[in-house]
Design a protein around this ligand. Structure first.
Ligand SMILES: [Zn+2]
Ligand SMILES: [Zn+2]
Length: 194
């Protein structure tokens, strides 16, 4: 082999090495990106299940399933209103996070499952509040004698329900993402009253 052939071969090898380095960097980038996406999904779920949101959800549970209304003290109504918005705003953050997660799939790379994972974590929580927010809103309006003004925040929750319904993870009986009244599958409508 002459000098020219050797230098041509060396050129090809260094190009191959450079391409291999790019491939390794892409793989590392992709795996770091995937890890960050799953971590993002986990931290959104964490927001929903811990701290002040978890405490607010306990109060929302009694508002949804218990007897709340005419006998509730003004302090109870005020605490319940705070809890209502604490949980609603958490779902608003969750919906924004899901939208960002869905946009973050790298084009050309194999689809990852971060959004699937996230949806599975969140679906049953969202299902509970599809009825829960509607029932709580009605009881709070009765107890405080005024409508609950939550339009902007509630629209985020509505988009989340629609997205989960389109994937078959939330019952379509929740039309417009809320309690349909008659025909609602939520157990709160089927409790026996003393
Ligand atoms: Zn319902
Ligand atoms: Zn219900």
């Amino acid at each position: 082999m002459g000098t020219d052939e050797w230098s041509a071969l060396a050129g090809v090898s260094s190009t191959l090495l450079a391409l291999a380095a790019v491939a390794v960097a892409l793989l590392a980038f992709r795996s770091e990106h995937q890890r960050a996406r799953f971590e993002g999904a986990r931290s959104l779920h964490h927001d929903l299940t811990t701290g002040e949101v978890a405490a607010a959800r306990k109060i929302m549970g009694s508002l949804h399933y218990g007897d709340f209304g005419s006998t509730s003290s003004p302090a109870d109504v005020s605490q319940a209103l705070t809890s209502y918005f604490t949980v609603l705003w958490c779902f608003e953050r969750i919906e924004a996070g899901r939208t960002a997660l869905a946009r973050g799939v790298i084009r050309g790379l194999r689809k990852d499952n971060a959004v699937d994972y996230f949806d599975t974590l969140v679906a049953w929580h969202a299902t509970e509040y599809a009825c829960g927010f509607a029932v709580a809103r009605r009881k709070l309006a009765e107890a405080s004698a005024q409508e609950i003004s939550d339009g902007d925040s509630a629209s985020g929750f509505g988009r989340l329900i629609l997205a989960l319904q389109s994937r078959g993870l939330v019952d379509r009986a929740y039309r417009q993402g809320t309690c349909p009244g008659a025909g609602c599958p939520c157990t709160c409508h089927h409790q026996s009253r003393p």
